[in-house]
Design a protein around this ligand. Structure first.
Ligand code: 5AD
Ligand code: SF4
Length: 337
């Protein structure tokens, strides 16, 4: 389906939701059937050297208790993910310099030598050499959201960082043959509907293997505490539009959807998303990974609650798949090269 910017703008108004959502689900079913892929996520540190105005992990937040997992604990979590049958581990942290590049490479290779599992990293902006080291250690995929395509709101929200440098990271990751993922937060203070239209078209031209999106959720311990949350309906429309324009991308229905609206994550699956990412961060620290309020507070997606995740997926009308679930785009790229 070809969509012009004016079609996109029209759909974002919500006038044709039924048509938009049905088309997105049709496209997802053509590519993925009714399968939902699972990714087990380990949030191994909540320290961050950055100071993003929207995020609870920002370095100036003195109200949160910080934690770091040891190498052994990380390996243990990885083992739990593998035991549950899930075939992808996602490592996510703030930008925490405590773990050396080599230490992270060691974890990656230790896991890869023991378990046949895909590894996705979401460890922020790093150098070419670091990304290369981790790729060579066995990492398969990398996620780094652009957060916004409005450079002004980006600069306001992420002091001390540079939008272009973040974009460059994505280019390096692609050059290193990672599966690459990006996305935005919908409703970042300062962003308008026009910025969403631009994000949709820019992200699409990037031919991403993974697209991660969620509404901005105001966190009381940040300078954006009294800002309005991102609009969940707008986020659902963005999911649907991105699915139609990027049929082969893996797209999680994120936990921010659930935080912003009960049942939001299930709805995301019905409008184009095909991935759920249960957290396997140990119970004792899980709630401290408090990027936004409510994150990791629900108990229905932890390891014990994996059954509950499966039930939600069935209830939404889909089926859990334990396959590795690489993006089919990767296979096509291989054929072209
Ligand atoms: N609300 C919603 N999403 C957030 N993230 C960070 N802070 C918030 C927030 N307050 C998202 C960012 C980041 C991802 C890990 O979590 O998009 O890339
Ligand atoms: Fe750190 Fe990421 Fe939060 Fe920014 S959004 S403060 S980089 S964890």
């Amino acid at each position: 389906m070809n969509l012009t910017d004016s079609d996109i703008r029209e759909y974002l108004t919500g006038k044709n939701d039924a048509e938009l959502f049905a088309e997105a689900d049709k496209v997802r079913r053509e590519v993925f059937g009714i399968d939902v892929y699972l990714r087990g996520i380990i949030e191994f540190s909540n320290h961050c050297k950055q100071d993003c105005l929207y995020c609870g992990l920002r370095r100036s937040n003195r109200h949160i208790v910080r934690y770091r997992l040891s190498m052994d604990e990380i390996l243990e979590c990885a083992g739990e993910i593998a035991e549950s049958g899930i075939s992808t581990i996602v490592f996510q942290t703030g930008e925490d310099p405590f773990y050396s590049d080599e230490a992270i490479a060691d974890i990656i290779s230790a896991i890869k030598s023991r378990i046949d599992i895909a590894i996705t990293l979401s460890l922020g902006e790093r150098s070419f050499n670091t990304y290369k080291l981790w790729r060579e250690a066995g990492a398969d995929r990398y996620l780094i959201r652009m957060e916004s395509f409005n450079k002004k709101s980006y600069a306001q929200a992420r002091p001390g960082t540079n939008w272009q440098e973040r974009l460059n990271c994505l280019e390096i990751l692609r050059e290193l043959d990672y599966e690459v993922g990006s996305g935005i937060m919908i409703g970042l203070p300062g962003d308008s509907v026009d910025d969403v239209v631009i994000a949709i078209s820019e992200l699409t031209t990037m031919h991403l293997h993974m697209i991660g999106m969620g509404p901005f959720v105001a966190h009381s311990q940040t300078p954006f505490a009294s800002e309005e949350n991102g609009n969940v309906d707008m986020t659902l429309r963005m999911y649907a539009l991105m699915r139609i324009l990027n049929p082969m991308a893996n797209m999680p229905s994120t936990s921010a959807m659930e935080t912003a609206r009960r049942g939001g994550r299930m709805r995301g699956l019905q409008v184009g998303a095909n991935v759920i990412m249960p957290s396997f961060t140990p119970e004792r620290v899980k709630e401290l990974y408090n990027i936004y309020p409510g994150k990791n507070v629900q108990k229905d997606f932890d390891e014990d609650g994996l059954q509950a995740a499966l039930a939600m997926i069935n209830k939404a009308g889909y089926r859990v798949s334990f396959v590795r679930g690489d993006s089919p785009l990767k296979d096509i790229e291989k054929c072209i090269m």
